[in-house]
Ligand binder design. Structure first.
Ligand code: DC
Length: 223
């Protein structure tokens, strides 16, 4: 049976990973968080002090990045080590945005992402899934919310993990800066595919947002 692919793109903090994960569980598909792949490269670059693009590119041949699933949860393995927790820091977020603008990094991850979608029915979230990685995806969703609301959500998340470490203003600043980096880069910038359905979650809670995504899939897949 042909694998079904659902592309979920949008800016950081729109709820992509939480919602794509829920949608995948509801449909019985595999959830692929492509941001985690860029984060794994950024983590390796930070660890090995690769500060220039050339230094990051030089690291690539020695990087073995793979995904493993345990009870539906995605784990990212970097050269055999599970880095799933280590890639969720603000420094790695900023680094991921930077390394994702390097063409060789995108090419390196392109094949891995396409292979996942060939082998499994997937809900894949990222920035360029509907436009570049899976241009023939069965369903394309562009998930968004205002920058202020996305920053507030990220701020609450960080507060729970490390209270008092970041101010809301600093988080908003990061969100705006990452939006700019992600949308203005030359290669595979974040943009909505012409045939994507836009879902704005600014005024919806998670359950409502999930229902909106599921409704789009029902219509497109004839469920
Ligand atoms: O979704 P995230 O915050 O984990 O993504 C981390 C960074 O990786 C983000 O700044 C943009 C980049 N990214 C990308 O360029 N293309 C993707 N398909 C996924 C993420």
């Amino acid at each position: 049976m042909k694998a079904v692919s659902i592309a979920v793109d949008g800016p950081s903090g729109a709820g992509k990973s939480t919602l794509a994960k829920r949608l995948a569980a509801r449909l019985g598909f595999i959830y692929v968080d492509t941001g985690a792949l860029y984060r794994a490269i950024a983590y390796a670059a930070l660890e090995q002090d690769a500060q220039t693009d050339e230094a990051v590119i030089a690291l690539l041949p020695a990087l073995d990045i793979s995904l493993r699933y345990e009870e539906g949860a995605q784990h990212v393995l970097l050269n055999g080590t599970d880095v799933s927790g280590l890639i969720r820091t603000p420094a790695v977020s900023m680094g991921a945005s930077r390394v994702s603008a390097i063409p060789q990094v995108r090419q390196f991850l392109f094949d891995l992402q396409q292979r996942m979608a060939r082998e499994h029915s997937v809900v894949m979230d990222g920035r360029d899934i509907g436009t570049v990685v899976l241009p023939d995806a069965d369903v394309k969703i562009f998930l968004t919310a205002s920058a202020a609301i996305r920053a507030l959500r990220r701020f609450k998340e960080l507060q729970e993990k490390q209270p008092g470490v970041q101010t809301y203003e600093a988080v908003l600043h990061d969100v705006v800066q990452r939006d700019r980096q992600d949308t203005e880069r030359e290669i595979s910038p974040l943009r909505q595919a012409a045939d994507a359905v836009v879902v704005d979650t600014s005024f919806a809670d998670l359950d409502q947002s999930e229902d909106m995504l599921y409704a789009v899939c029902q219509e497109k897949l004839g469920l």
